[in-house]
Design a protein around this ligand. Sequence first.
Ligand SMILES: Cc1cc2nc3c(=O)[nH]c(=O)nc-3n(C[C@H](O)[C@H](O)[C@H](O)COP(=O)(O)O)c2cc1C
Length: 171
Amino acid sequence: MKPLIVCFSQTGKTKKLCGCMAKSLDADFVELKEIARRGLVGAYTLGVYDAIRRKSGDILPVDSDIAEYETLIVASPVWAGNITPAVNDFIREYDLRGKTVYGFITHAGGAGEAVNLMRQELEQAGAVCPHILDLQATRELIYDVKAERKAFRLTDDGKLELREQDGDTKA
Ligand SMILES: Cc1cc2nc3c(=O)[nH]c(=O)nc-3n(C[C@H](O)[C@H](O)[C@H](O)COP(=O)(O)O)c2cc1C
């Protein structure tokens, strides 16, 4: 059965990478949207405040039947060293018990506590989290992934990886 990629993205980078991930993993893809959509100023002010306090940002109902999927990949940008309120809301509101849920985190060089926090959230939700991949989403990286010089894959030993197409593991 196909995995489902569940992605929040404020400025489009995580979404672009997840779009490519969906292609390389042959996965379904759904984007999370907050009910009260934030602009960039709102993200850097109240958004950061909410992220630091590990709040949920109310999301619109997810346009996908989560119950149908055994494996998910939950993707979030880093906000002030935390995962985003929209992703907190998804993990807390949807029934992920017993599901295998990989994490995918993008940042600009400072992931802070985001990897640990996502693992903590997923485990509290009753999911099994084999691996969380965090990537610095540089322009070059996005370019390489879009040009299929690098591709995501799920390994047999439970890792979400980004690999050079010649086989070198990069993350
Ligand atoms: C409100 C806000 C807070 C951010 N905080 C951090 C941070 O603490 N560390 C970091 O490395 N990048 C931080 N970033 C940069 C994003 O995590 C990074 O650019 C990410 O890849 C953007 O994903 P997106 O385009 O899908 O929203 C922040 C960006 C925003 C908008």
